[in-house]
Design a binder for this molecule. Structure first.
Ligand SMILES: NC(=O)c1ccc[n+]([C@@H]2O[C@H](COP(=O)([O-])OP(=O)(O)OC[C@H]3O[C@@H](n4cnc5c(N)ncnc54)[C@H](OP(=O)(O)O)[C@@H]3O)[C@@H](O)[C@H]2O)c1
Length: 248
C-alpha cells in the first residue's frame, strides 16, 4: 500500500519539471492526481500516460493559474471529478529576469500574477472544499531566491518571498480547520526553468553549492510526499531543499 493511498491531489504546473516529478511521486504512492498545465498539453498527456502505465489514476486540467476565474474553476472541477480534494500543491511558476532599471511593468506583473496571485487563487478555492472535509494539505513551492538577494530577479524573488509569508499566515488562519499549509524552497533544480540560465552563470552557481550539484526534481517531490504522508503535525513551516546553498 502506498504512503498516500486514497488521497487526491492537484498539482499546478505538473506537465514538466518539479511539478511533473511531484505528480509521478504522489501517484506512485497511491494518490489520484490532477495534472495542471498552461499551454503544453502534449507534455501533460505524457505525464498522465506514465501514471497510467504504473497503474495509477490521473486527470489533466488546463488553466492559467494567474487568472482568478480559470484557477478557481480548475480547483472546483478537480474536487468534483475526484469527489474530494486532499492535497493542493501550488507549484507552477515562471521567471522573467531583468535587472531592475530595465524591468518592464509586464515582466513584473506576469511573474507576480502567476507565482503569487496564482497561489492565492488556487488556495482560496481549495479552502471551502478542504474545510468541509476537515482535512487538507496545502504545499506551496517557493524558492531559495525568495530568501536571498537574486540579482535580475526582483519580480521572482518578491513573488517567492511573498509565498513564504502567505504560507505562514494561511497556516495560522486554517490551523483549526484540519488544513496544514507549508512551503518548500528548492535551490537550483535540473529543469527547463534552470536550463534557461546561461552556461557560464550555471557553472558559477554550481561552484557555490556545498553538495556540489543541482537538485533532481524527484528530491523536491519526495519532500512533498513526506509532508502529505508524515507531516500531520507540521504547519506554517518553510523547508529548504537546496544542497546547503542557503542555510536559513
Ligand atoms: N528549477 C529551479 O531551479 C527552481 C528553483 C527554485 C524554485 N523553483 C520553483 O519550482 C516550481 C517549478 O519550477 P520548474 O523548474 O519545474 O519549472 P518549469 O520546468 O519551467 O515548469 C513550469 C511548469 O509550470 C507551468 N506553468 C507556467 N505558467 C503557468 C500558468 N500561468 N498556469 C498554469 N501552469 C503554468 C508549466 O506548464 P506548461 O508546460 O503548459 O508551460 C510547467 O508545467 C516553480 O514555482 C519555480 O519557481 C524552481
Amino acid at each position: 500500500m502506498g504512503r498516500v493511498e486514497g488521497k487526491t491531489a492537484l498539482i499546478t504546473g505538473a506537465s514538466r519539471g518539479i511539478g511533473k516529478a511531484i505528480a509521478l511521486e504522489l501517484a506512485r504512492e497511491g494518490a489520484r492526481v490532477a495534472i495542471n498545465y498552461s499551454s503544453n498539453e502534449a507534455k501533460a498527456t505524457e505525464v498522465a500516460d506514465e501514471i497510467a502505465a504504473m497503474g495509477g489514476e490521473s486527470m489533466i486540467v488546463q488553466a492559467n493559474i494567474g487568472d482568478a476565474k480559470e484557477a478557481r474553476a480548475m480547483v472546483e472541477k478537480v474536487a468534483d471529478h475526484f469527489g474530494h480534494l486532499d492535497v493542493l500543491v501550488n507549484n507552477a511558476g515562471i521567471t522573467r529576469d531583468s535587472l531592475l532599471p530595465r524591468m518592464t511593468d509586464e515582466q513584473w506583473v506576469e511573474v507576480i500574477s502567476t507565482n503569487l496571485n496564482g497561489c492565492f487563487f488556487c488556495t482560496s478555492a481549495a479552502i471551502p472544499i478542504m474545510t468541509s472535509q476537515s482535512f487538507g494539505r496545502i504545499i506551496n513551492v517557493s524558492s531559495m531566491n525568495g530568501q536571498i538577494p537574486a540579482v535580475g530577479q526582483a519580480n521572482y524573488s518578491a513573488s517567492k518571498g511573498g509565498i513564504i509569508a502567505f504560507t505562514r499566515t494561511a497556516a495560522a488562519e486554517l490551523v483549526r480547520s484540519g488544513i496544514t499549509v507549508n512551503s518548500i524552497s528548492p535551490g537550483y533544480t535540473d529543469t527547463d526553468m534552470f536550463a534557461a540560465v546561461p552556461d557560464a552563470i550555471q557553472a558559477h552557481i554550481k561552484s557555490k553549492i556545498p553538495l556540489g550539484r543541482y537538485a533532481h526534481p524527484e528530491e523536491i517531490a519526495k519532500t512533498v510526499t513526506f509532508l502529505v504522508a508524515d507531516g500531520d503535525y507540521i504547519t506554517g513551516e518553510q523547508i529548504n531543499v537546496n544542497g546547503g546553498a542557503h542555510m536559513a
